[in-house]
Design a protein around this ligand. Sequence first.
Ligand code: 9UX
Length: 70
Amino acid sequence: MDEVTIKVEGMSCGGCVKNVTGVLKALSGVAEAQVSLENASATVRYDPAIVSLEALRAAVENAGFDAPAS
Ligand code: 9UX
């Protein structure tokens, strides 16, 4: 299991945090997602054999937020 913290830009309230948490946790291979509004970030524990870092970013982008590479 890997852990990564990705930037998540564009969140403005707790609802956004819930949405981002939900889309990340919905991905196969994601064990845990902790999203911070204050830090504009998401810390994700995931199995890299099942889901890629790029797929994590893409899920956040598809939910309407920006997930720039580092
Ligand atoms: Mo809050 Mo975010 O009203 O997608 S849920 S701004």
